[in-house]
Design a protein around this ligand. Structure first.
Ligand code: SF4
Length: 432
């Protein structure tokens, strides 16, 4: 049995609520540990007299937009119930489903920018799709809150690495400083609980928001593996290691959660798992979908070639039709088009529209007259200035890409890389 009982935790949360004026954040992934923490937080607030329920509390959940569909369905339903229960009972708890902006989505980074499907060495996705959306939200709130307490479901029993990391971080009144978010203090109410104790709690007691946890238990039984907790800092080790992560995750050897769901009858997973195999093939440089130069011009496996990106987009749109799931949005398609114009072997600005228009049900308009006029103009300028028109076009597209997202950080490096490509091509031409 845990050294601290459920009742004691709920009471200590209630006391913290009353004694400490700082607002609360609750990390919620839909997995068992964070469900237990959210359940304890709801119970603690319910135990506070209604007239004293003034504290602002936000339950934070991330949706990378490539989450396993069955998980998304459970999470959306749970968040809806939480929000309604809070409203009906004056708990002052809001729920926030945080998503990466379209320019940082999985597809825009991979099919647009050409990032290879992630692996352990180049795991570009967690920061962009999970950590950054939370940091952005928290930093906005901290601007007017000053400080906040973040409740997380981390437990020492998860792994020896986790136990060491938790033991090594200094606590003050049971709170630890967040490693990346200044002015955020972390509380781990179920730090010393075992997995069995977490399930015992969840299966004995329905959540305040009116759902028992049997569906969650069934999901775990089907997926027969761990969970991917909410990613709030870079020291959290589990993303892309234990599951449930994204269905596109190529960091794990096998996606056992998706396989388990398929075995349990979720047929959508068959198509999604097939696409994951495609991603693994595209990542392997031996299969010819990767550039032989890195993004910075050095030798070595580089971004996906423009041909590779086109092929992936075709297959993704086909997958969308097969599964009936919305996998990519028109906004992402426009961003991808923009990025293809700045790629090596740049696209003429119509490649995405050509692919999309072939697919039923996806509409994407391209003003061809306008594009042709622009192209002629670029060629004229390039001739006048004796610049390679492809290089000029790529640089213009890169500037446009950055100005669309209202940022400049990284632009000089990207422009320099395009110039390096030009130099490399010229040198190769002279040698030839
Ligand atoms: S689950 Fe995999 S694909 Fe998703 S963010 Fe984590 S490492 Fe990346």
């Amino acid at each position: 049995m845990a050294s601290t009982s459920y009742q004691e935790i709920r009471d200590s949360l209630r006391q913290l609520y009353l004694d400490d004026p700082r607002p609360w954040l609750v990390g919620f992934s839909g997995g068992k540990d964070s469900t237990m923490v959210a359940s304890l937080v709801f119970d603690a607030v319910l135990a506070v007299p209604p007239e004293q329920r003034k504290k602002e509390i936000a339950v934070l959940c991330t949706d990378t937009r490539v989450e396993i569909p069955a998980i998304v369905e459970i999470i959306e339903e749970t968040l809806g119930r939480m929000q309604k229960f809070s409203r009906d009972n004056g708990l002052n708890i809001e729920v926030q489903l945080l998503r990466p902006p379209p320019e940082q989505s999985f597809w825009v980074n991979m099919i647009g920018r050409g990032y290879p499907p992630p692996n352990r060495v180049f795991r570009w996705c967690t920061q962009r799709m999970k950590i950054d959306p939370v940091s952005t939200f928290v930093n906005q709130r901290i601007g007017h809150w000053g400080e906040a307490i973040l409740h997380l479901g981390a437990r020492r029993a998860e792994s020896s690495t986790r136990a060491q990391a938790m033991a090594g971080r200094e606590t003050r009144n049971g709170l630890r400083r967040h490693p990346d978010l200044p002015r955020v203090w972390v509380f781990n109410p179920i730090e010393f609980f075992s997995t069995e104790e977490v399930w015992a709690y969840l299966l004995q007691k329905p959540n305040a928001w009116g759902a028992d946890n049997r569906a969650l238990y069934k999901l775990y039984a089907n997926a027969s593996n761990g969970e991917c907790p909410i990613q709030i800092d870079t020291s959290t080790p589990s993303c892309g290691n234990s599951r449930f992560g994204c269905w596109t995750c190529t960091v794990v050897e096998r996606d056992k959660a998706s396989e388990g769901l398929l075995a349990a009858g979720d047929e959508r997973m068959e198509h999604l798992l097939g696409f994951r195999e495609t991603l693994l093939q595209f990542r392997d440089p031996a299969n010819g979908w990767r550039d032989s130069r890195r993004m910075n011009g050095n030798d070595g496996p580089g971004p996906l070639t423009i041909e590779g990106r086109r092929e992936l987009l075709k297959r993704l749109l086909r997958l969308q039709e097969e599964t009936g799931l919305t996998l990519i949005t028109p906004e992402e398609l426009l961003l991808i088009q923009q990025m293809w114009k700045a790629a090596r072997d740049p696209d003429d600005g119509r490649g995405v529209a050509r692919i999309v228009n072939k697919q039923r049900g996806v509409i994407m308009s391209a003003d061809l007259k306008e594009l042709n006029r622009l192209r002629e103009l670029e060629e004229e300028v390039a001739r006048e200035k004796s610049i390679n028109p492809d290089i000029l076009r790529r640089m213009l597209a890169k500037v446009e890409e950055y100005s669309d997202s209202n940022r400049a950080h990284g632009l000089p490096d990207d422009l320099l890389n395009i110039l390096k490509d030009d130099l490399a091509e010229q040198t190769a031409g002279e040698k030839g």
